[in-house]
Design a protein around this ligand. Sequence first.
Ligand SMILES: O=C(O)c1cccc(C(=O)CC[C@H]2O[C@@H](n3cnc4c(=O)[nH]cnc43)[C@H](O)[C@@H]2O)c1
Length: 242
Amino acid sequence: MINTSHAGAGEGNRDNDKANDKANDKANDKVLIVTAVEAERDAVLRGLNDPQRFGVLAVGVGAANAAAGTAKALAAGGYRLVISAGIGGGFQGKAAVGTIVVADAIIAADLGAETPDGFLSLDELGFGSASVEVNKELAHKVKAALVEAGLDACLGAVLTVSTVTGTAETASRLAARIPGATAEVMEGHGAAVAAASFGLPVLELRAISNAVGPRDRSAWRVKEALEQLEAAFANLQEVISS
Ligand SMILES: O=C(O)c1cccc(C(=O)CC[C@H]2O[C@@H](n3cnc4c(=O)[nH]cnc43)[C@H](O)[C@@H]2O)c1
């Protein structure tokens, strides 16, 4: 074996690798914010006064759309963090309409099996996990920044479902099965799985538009929730960009 003891060459290669890593770090410096619909995307954009540092996309309703849209954006490169954002439902006693919920857990609440003895999650079935880890330190910083800005914000588990809860019975069953359940949405888990597949951290931030429970569209406060979403991102740029 030829001994290529050109230490200088080795060091040169290592220096070059470091330069590349630094360049890549610089290149991967944007934050991707994904919403379901354009109205949510536009509210986020109104809040951001330097949109160049962010990618803000409406990827469609539901976890499959969120996963596909997030993965497609991440495949283009340049991102270091994913945030699933939009409106959501709030669980009774946990998040009232107008609250901003920052996820400390992202859970696909109906990913599992129905049995005569109740629901078994993917985790309980032994087929992986229905949850995606959240960057908790950042989640706490985000929540603190929102409270500091005078917004009503809380931390809690954000459940992703395929079917919006429409009865008190379903709401109670979800809350009993997942004690930290705070908000219900349709996309977060999809975006989170896509982020994790690219090795990126994820956050979820939802402005509560309605109570999780009996279906009453007249009680939804979407306009107000979108205003809260705008206010949230107007006060988060430094925290999520640092
Ligand atoms: O008319 C209905 O009851 C109804 C049925 C299905 C979906 C909707 C939506 O408008 C939800 C779409 C959109 O909003 C998010 N969202 C808001 N509140 C909730 C909720 O209580 N549970 C789940 N998702 C909610 C969701 O992330 C979707 O993007 C209305």
